[in-house]
Design a protein around this ligand. Sequence first.
Ligand SMILES: [Zn+2]
Ligand SMILES: [Zn+2]
Length: 267
Amino acid sequence: MGSGTSNGVPVVGCDCPVCASVDQRDKRMRSSLYIKGDKGERIVVDTGPEFRLQALRAGIKYLDMVLLTHSHADHLHGLDDLRQLSRIKPVQVYGNERSINDIRERFAYIWRKTQKGGGKPKIDLHTVDEAFSFENLVVTPVPVKHGNMDVLGWKVRENRGAVCVEAAYITDCSFISDESLVLLKNISCLVLGALRMRRHETHFSFDEALETVKRIAAPALKHVFFTHIADEHFYAEINEYCSGWLEKNDMRQMTIQSAYDGLEINI
Ligand SMILES: [Zn+2]
Ligand SMILES: [Zn+2]
């Protein structure tokens, strides 16, 4: 639902060529993902500041759960807009301990008795550190590092009779341990945070993200999409760079592309 870094693109007050681009795929709201399972499961990963706009654009009518990667503002502060989606039943919110604690602190009004009636989202909070099942899906938290902060990627497996498919979403990441890499061995699709060409302390650069794809070395991995992208590169330019890299590394069995807002992937 969004593919941009914490500022969003265009960046407020910025006149750079990417911020001025007329290509809609260079307009990047804050990073977010909407998952629709075959059995009607509806999941959002991260509720950033544009969550309301993103939910309208994606036509979200109901929601079972929100998976949080971490509690930075660009991933969490649209949480209040779960109000309309939690009128019938509470939305289940999953995250690591820090994310869940930060929700209790920043959204303390949700649990205050003083406000009557609607006006507040109904959410149930869950701290998770291992896989859990929901309907036809198995949801697995994938611990990764965002600088020195512990954050989560998420893997979702869908059981389809004899076969199952796995896909993962890892944004805001600068390091993945070997233990977490093992969790990604069977994915066929990956959405991966890749900020820009230049290095950054707490995010993968394009080259670091590409090397990570190589490290994951999942035989079934067919499609990789970069997300959480800064205003330093055009959509088309990123795709060109990635296909050149794939060619150089003899990895033409897969595609690596820039995500863009509104992109839909069938897995
Ligand atoms: Zn972020
Ligand atoms: Zn972050």
